[in-house]
Design a protein around this ligand. Structure first.
Ligand SMILES: Nc1ncnc2c1ncn2[C@@H]1O[C@H](COP(=O)(O)OP(=O)(O)OP(=O)(O)O)[C@@H](O)[C@H]1O
Length: 318
């Protein structure tokens, strides 16, 4: 596949969670294209739907509407046996290494599971060979295999979590805040390792982070989400040079040059409204400094403008 091939595509994907307060519109009609070999960075304030979107794309959650295609094949209605195949093609690295490994299992047993589930190696001997190879590729040693997760440092645990995600030899890896639970110095090492693995294995990364500076450095393209919707999506250089959506502008303009782990929540004025009762029209209009009358009534389409996609009425006037 070359870099312009679309490996994963979502059209109007939606997830509504029923709750006591009403329906939570966690993901509200998102369009997305993931290109083979790229790092796609997803940003947005806490609760805007980033994790839910990634779980929908991975088919860990069933969608309430819309379609998802993997390599051109519609996977929206995949059944259990088809999902098993998909689990080898796309894998996930969770945020917190302390909770994503089974604490009662050794590192060997944690890493052996994907080999057993997917019949990727036969017998203890073959699995051991694979696990040692994986551990070494992650900068760990064979002897780590006999340890329990609590005997490893946070960075070592996250290396094991990445190893487990790579055991199935996937094509796409979803990384949901993979370094946010780690110390800054450890974060840098894990990011370097992830970049190296990506090149070696020709992987595609879907990278979720609150840290805009990190997303800027590691991504080829980025998507900005607000209250369940994608508001802007495009090539990283263009987006940072000239953000179009007022939300993206607010998000980026207040981030000074590399300040590690600056949280989005501290950047924008006002609270994000509830996804149970999102504002009519453009969800961002109550916080938007460039609001127009139409923004309160009509939801803007997510359309190509100036080399990227944006959902904002300001650009309807062109
Ligand atoms: N199982 C669920 N039931 C009800 N509501 C849910 C469920 N999962 C998520 N939500 C709600 O959906 C919205 C989106 O949540 P999600 O975790 O996807 O956001 P996020 O952008 O990943 O947040 P964070 O950055 O804090 O992880 C939130 O309002 C959340 O409370």
């Amino acid at each position: 596949m070359n870099s312009t091939d679309i490996i994963l595509k979502a059209d109007k994907i939606q997830k509504i969670f029923p709750s006591k307060e009403g329906d939570v519109r966690a993901v509200d009609g998102v369009d997305l294209e993931l290109r083979s070999g790229e790092v796609f960075g997803l940003v947005g304030e806490s609760g805007c739907g980033k994790s839910t979107l990634s779980r929908l794309l991975l088919k860990l959650l069933n969608s309430s509407g819309g379609t998802i295609k993997f390599k051109g094949e519609d996977i929206t209605g995949y059944e259990k046996n088809q999902l098993k195949r998909l689990r080898r093609q796309m894998s996930l690295v969770f945020q917190d290494p302390h909770t994503s490994l089974n604490p009662r299992m050794t590192i060997y047993d944690n890493l052996a599971r994907p080999f057993k589930i997917h019949n990727l190696a036969n017998g203890r001997e073959e699995i051991t060979v694979e696990i040692v190879r994986l551990l070494k590729s992650m900068g760990l040693q064979a002897e780590h295999m006999i340890r329990y997760p609590h005997e490893l440092s946070g960075g070592q645990k996250q290396r094991v979590v990445v190893a487990r995600a790579l055991a199935v030899d996937p094509e796409v890896v979803f990384l949901d805040e993979p370094t946010s639970a780690l110390d800054v110095s450890v974060q840098a090492k894990i990011l370097k390792l992830l970049a190296k693995i990506k090149e070696e294995k020709d992987l595609t990364y879907f990278f979720i982070s609150h840290d805009i500076n990190l997303i800027r450095v590691i991504s080829d393209r980025i998507g900005v989400m607000y209250l369940g919707r994608m508001v802007e999506q495009g090539e990283v250089g263009k987006m940072f040079k000239e953000p179009l959506h007022p939300y993206t502008k607010g998000l980026f303009s207040s981030v000074p040059e590399p300040t590690p782990a600056r949280r989005l929540d501290s950047v924008l004025m006002g609270e994000v409204p509830s996804p149970v009762n999102p504002p009519a029209g453009c969800h961002f209009h109550p916080r938007c400094p460039e609001k127009m009358a139409i923004c309160e009534k009509e939801s803007p389409a997510f359309e190509y403008r100036e080399g990227r996609k944006v959902a904002c009425h300001l650009y309807d006037l062109d």
